[in-house]
Design a protein around this ligand. Structure first.
Ligand code: XMP
Length: 513
């Protein structure tokens, strides 16, 4: 079945994939195409609507990206966002100029007033905050357009020619800072373009499976599976598409949480693929023996990981494709080349140099985290795997201060499992971004029964965060903390004191090392 489609025409804005994601969220299939795509090609795709994105240019500059004006003759509705809005204005006879003073130039959260008789704002509040980022001003609005929203500084925050189905907004409805932004996009899709909402994650799965089959042909695929959400969903998707041709190498470095290795292995049992679990605990612990410095730990783990993977890859014979569970936020983050290295994050991403292969497959490259989770569910992965909180590549090695031993790792695993159990039992999982136990290398005196103890202090960490770049410590109710603390000191030998970490990030980081 052919789905209704929206084309997001890309003018180089930073939120373009986010727009696509919002459209998908509203149940409509969508593709992002560069603005240079020939009109004929766009026409044959038979879109029910276009969204013109933002972009870094000014429409009045000579080299600024433009569209073939015939696009406005196709009888297809258009929503222009920021640059896209100005482009519509200019192309249809309006005039855009640099804003003369600070009042017409708007950045950040701006109180906005909406005309709710316009389809774009139907059923929504008359005022709200919108996220602006524009230095240009629509001095003259094209004929046929009405002003549909304004702010204190700007009379034409939104324009609309409802007869022809053309809409433009100066702000970014796709970002979270814009109140009801997704609802506005939904209105464009359903009210202006007549969308029926015929697209689901199940469709995405089918499309992705078909695309993988076409790309891979009868080639062989290799994937390093970490057990995290992204690589697990990637593995399941590839297994669905090219099962027998896929080899997943799961390097169990012995630094996982309790039962995690077995859970990952069990989750992939149903698929016909080659699943290789390498028990590499001994060699990792040997390499890490006596190492206390966090960055050294990370380096050793990263290098050893590659070595193990490489050895296994050689055993599987020729590999045509190396698969990676890269997701869209990774794509954006890897673009920030100048950012200071706070911690050298070891991700499986650095592998290609070490393994012979022809091409890379990254089937999740355009998805956001929650879409990846949704796809995982669609593929039938168990809920505990799909909703798993982020777990760092170096695992428990960076949650144990000082040197590592198997015994201490087991102690930490047991304590961490109790902590997780109680957080889940208290129903706090959805509101806490990440939580875990840290085994400090501080020992202190305690009293247990009639005897004196001299055991380790365990720290509990829990943060609320949306982007993991900044975080606040979670206000876990005292009763829950009390229960966790009581259970751990009673059930886990070697720990006689529990502390709760009440620092935000910055200045602390989420992990302790
Ligand atoms: P920090 O500690 O830097 O952590 O505030 C931010 C997020 O990144 C995760 N993290 C890592 N992930 N390899 C990873 O794959 C690493 O070396 C690593 N170090 C930190 C951390 O768990 C948190 O989600």
């Amino acid at each position: 079945m052919k789905h209704q489609m929206i084309i997001v025409l890309d003018f180089g804005g930073q939120y373009n994939q986010l727009i696509a994601r919002r459209v998908r969220e509203c149940g409509v299939y969508c593709e992002v195409k560069p603005y240079t795509t020939p009109l004929e090609e766009l026409r044959t795709m038979e879109p029910i609507g276009f969204i013109f994105t933002g972009g870094p240019n000014s429409v009045y500059l000579e080299d600024a990206p433009h569209v073939d004006p015939a696009i406005f003759e196709l009888g297809v509705p258009v929503l222009g966002i920021c640059y896209g809005c100005q482009l519509i204005a200019q192309a249809l006879g309006g005039r855009v100029t640099p804003a003369q003073d600070d009042t017409a130039r708007e950045y950040g959260k701006t109180e906005t007033f909406f005309d709710t008789s316009c389809k774009l704002f139907k059923g929504l509040p008359e005022r709200g905050v919108s996220w602006m980022s524009h230095g240009d001003y629509m001095e003259k609005v094209p004929e046929g357009f009405a002003l549909a929203a304004h702010s204190k500084a700007c009379p034409n925050v939104a324009i609309a020619d409802e007869k022809r189905g053309f809409y433009g907004v100066q702000y970014h409805p796709e970002v979270n800072h814009t109140e009801n932004g997704t609802a506005m996009i939904r209105n464009f899709l359903y009210e202006a373009c007549g969308a029926s909402g015929d697209w689901t994650m199940g469709d995405y799965k089918r499309t992705a499976v078909a695309a993988i089959r076409e790309k891979v042909g009868d080639g062989r695929v290799l994937l390093a599976l970490s057990g995290g959400v992204d690589s697990s969903v990637c593995a399941a998707l590839l297994a669905e598409a090219v099962g027998e041709q896929l080899t997943c190498v799961f390097v169990d470095h012995g630094l996982m949480r309790k039962n995690e290795g077995d859970e990952v292995e069990a989750a992939f049992k149903p698929w016909a693929m080659h699943f290789v679990r390498v028990d590499a605990e001994a060699r990792f612990l040997e390499k890490l023996s006596g190492v206390t410095e966090p960055e050294r730990k990370r380096k050793i783990i990263g290098e050893e990981f590659i070595r193990v993977f490489e050895e296994e890859a050689k055993k599987t014979g020729t590999v045509d494709f190396l698969a990676q569970g890269t997701i869209y936020p990774d794509v954006i983050e890897s673009g920030t080349g100048d950012a200071a290295v706070i911690k050298s994050h070891h991700n499986v991403g650095g592998l290609p140099e070490y393994v012979d292969f022809k091409e890379i497959v990254e089937p999740l490259r355009l998805l956001f985290k929650d879409e990846v989770r949704q796809l995982g569910r669609e593929l039938g992965l168990p809920e505990y795997l799909v909703t798993r909180q982020p777990f760092p590549g170096p695992g428990l090695a960076i949650r144990m201060i000082g040197s590592l031993t198997k015994e201490k790792l087991d102690t930490l695993r047991d304590a961490d499992a109790i902590y997780r159990e109680e957080i889940a039992a208290a129903g706090l999982e959805p509101e806490i971004g990440q939580y875990f136990a840290v085994l400090t290398n501080t020992r202190s005196v305690g009293v247990m029964g009639d005897g004196r103890s001299y055991d380790y202090t365990l720290a509990l960490r829990a943060v609320t965060t949306t982007d993991f770049m900044t975080a606040d410590w979670a206000r876990i109710p005292y009763e829950v903390l009390n229960k966790v603390s009581t259970r751990i000191v009673n059930e886990v030998p070697g720990i006689n004191r529990i502390v709760y970490d009440i620092t935000s990030k910055p200045p602390a980081t989420i992990e302790w090392e």
